[in-house]
Design a protein. Structure first.
Length: 189
């Protein structure tokens, strides 16, 4: 889930930047320090939205930089267990699909695509249901639920997220649209 959060931190402005617009310098330093940082409480910080307050600068003996206490707003993405998310299939492999959900890629194991047994079609790079013939391929938009979550603060690229689509109203968005059309036709009769 995307969220706007308010953070407080101290930013060190190096002596070479002290002659510039201090707010712009601090904004740039906050981006360098926080963008892409993963925190268990907040998730991954996407970017710095605005600065609310810059305190008086403090000078520490022996250091030419000036330290400012800063209050700022950031945008973050924090996946939550059991959350329903939408994403795009970016890769199909023999054991499932990788789905891009915000800044993370999540694994949709082939056993979690549908109740039907899925078969890997290597030639066409897709997963196909044995009985339903429903196919999932790269570029498909999907709605899934997060069923496992392991976020690694020190190495965000090694974080793991597991998905399932084995519930009503989850799946490839094209499948959901077909199901809605089918229900609408049944109601007309």
């Amino acid at each position: 889930m995307y969220a706007r959060i308010k953070l407080r931190d101290t930013v060190r402005v190096p002596p070479s930047k002290l002659g510039e617009d201090i707010e712009k310098v601090i904004h740039s330093l906050l981006w360098e320090q926080f963008e892409g940082r993963l925190d268990r409480e907040y998730g991954i910080i996407i970017g710095i939205e605005s600065i609310e307050e810059i305190g008086e600068g403090k000078i520490i003996e022996g250091d030419g930089g000036v330290y400012f206490d800063v209050v700022f707003n950031a945008i973050c993405f924090r996946p939550l267990l059991q959350e329903v998310v939408e994403g795009e299939v970016i890769e199909i492999v023999e054991f499932g699909a990788f789905v891009s959900i915000g800044p993370f890629d999540a694994l949709l194991h082939m056993s979690q695509v549908t109740d039907d047994y899925m078969v890997f079609d290597e030639k066409n790079k897709r997963l196909v249901g044995r009985e339903t013939k429903k196919a999932l391929q790269e570029g498909d938009k999907v709605r899934a639920r997060i069923v496992s979550l392991s976020l690694k603060e020190r190495e965000p690229e090694k974080s793991k997220i597991g998905l399932t689509m084995r519930q009503p109203w989850l799946g490839a968005l094209k499948w959901i649209e077909e199901e809605i059309e089918k229900l609408m036709k049944e109601r007309e009769v």
